[in-house]
Write a protein that binds this ligand. Structure first.
Ligand SMILES: Nc1ncnc2c1ncn2[C@@H]1O[C@H](COP(=O)(O)OP(=O)(O)OP(=O)(O)O)[C@@H](O)[C@H]1O
Length: 306
């Protein structure tokens, strides 16, 4: 369990984290989302005692990081996978960390095996690919067998195989009852990995909800309709369902928001209109996230029309 209460971090005149309160529960993966500069990494650093809060508190299993006698066994983190001496081998890197906590060589071998690094454990880290470096960072996070894991953009730059491996590993770790906090800008990946979503924007919590609820509240369900009489059907729908929004899809059809498939079916039936397609698609995490944060993006660019 990670608990933040009124957590605030001020850098000069920049308030990077602004009165943030949340509880991150064990047994699930919590996705930490937010535009660049939203305060995600700062919050993670505050949890890990790498930065000092200006006010408020954050605890892991009821304790501040600085109060933990053996922090690696409580909380494991992957913040910057590049912070490893290039001349060391993976095994010697992990052994050096293990030595600070009295962790056995056997455990080092276990995490090398768990992260698929056994066969390259004797090689110098300087020659590692990005994916191998990420695996080593995760091996270090797992070393103390902690109940809480914090990973800042762990899938950045990984190939599809590595991305899937991390997704399955995090789901497994959560299923063992661990608390997993994961930040990523990859929405499709997050949608497949997270059970719960926290969105930060300009240092504040904009949403804190189970994934399904987040999609329901923020997302927009879309109905796709195709009919040889689509223009007549569209005008009937506009008349009968005020507030619904239609967009022509060009292919003898249209998409509609703010309406259910059953309503379209009934209107079509009553008017004797033949339907060739009537389908509902759920909203995706990217759309839901973008609609929530569109006014909070600090670094923006012009959009290109398709
Ligand atoms: N050490 C620091 N000194 C001054 N400002 C900082 C420092 N660290 C972070 N900031 C500022 O705090 C804000 C939040 O940054 P942070 O890195 O936490 O955001 P983020 O959500 O992790 O962004 P990204 O998605 O780009 O990684 C930014 O405006 C950043 O410039």
């Amino acid at each position: 369990m990670i608990e933040a209460r009124g957590l605030t971090k001020q850098y000069g005149d920049k308030r990077a984290v602004d009165d943030v309160t949340f509880s991150i529960a064990p047994g699930q993966v919590t996705g930490f989302l937010g535009p660049n500069g939203a305060g995600k990494s700062t919050t993670m650093r505050l949890i890990l005692g790498l930065d000092k809060a200006s006010s408020g508190t954050v605890t892991v299993n009821g304790m501040r990081y600085s109060e933990m006698a053996s922090p690696l066994t409580q909380v494991g983190a992957l913040l910057d996978a590049k912070g490893v001496h290039p001349g060391r081998t993976a095994r010697s890197h992990l052994r050096a960390i293990a030595a600070t906590h009295g962790i056995s060589d056997r455990r080092v071998n276990d995490v090398l095996e768990q992260t698929g690094l056994e066969s390259v454990a004797h090689k110098r880290v300087g020659g590692y690919s990005l994916g191998m470096g990420q695996r080593l960072g995760i091996a270090a996070a797992l070393l103390g067998d902690p109940g809480v894991l914090i990973l800042d953009e762990p899938v950045n730059g990984l190939d599809p195989d590595g991305v899937r491996w991390i997704r399955e590993l995090l789901r497994f770790l959560a299923s063992e009852g661990r608390t997993v906090l994961l930040s990523s800008h990859l929405m499709t990946e997050m949608a497949q990995t997270a059970d719960h979503i926290i969105v930060l924007a300009r240092g504040q919590v904009k949403a804190d909800a189970p994934l399904a609820e987040f999609l329901d509240v923020q997302g927009k369900r879309m109905v796709t309709v195709r009919s040889p009489e689509s223009a007549r059907l569209a005008s009937l729908i506009m008349r009968e369902i005020p507030g619904c929004r239609l967009d022509s899809s060009g292919d003898a059809g249209f998409t509609a928001q703010g309406i259910e498939t059953a309503q379209v079916g009934r209107i079509a039936l009553n008017a004797g209109i033949e339907l060739h397609e009537l389908a509902s698609s759920g909203s995706n995490l990217e759309d839901a996230y973008l609609s929530l944060t569109q006014d909070d993006v600090e670094y923006t660019t012009e959009r290109y029309a398709a």
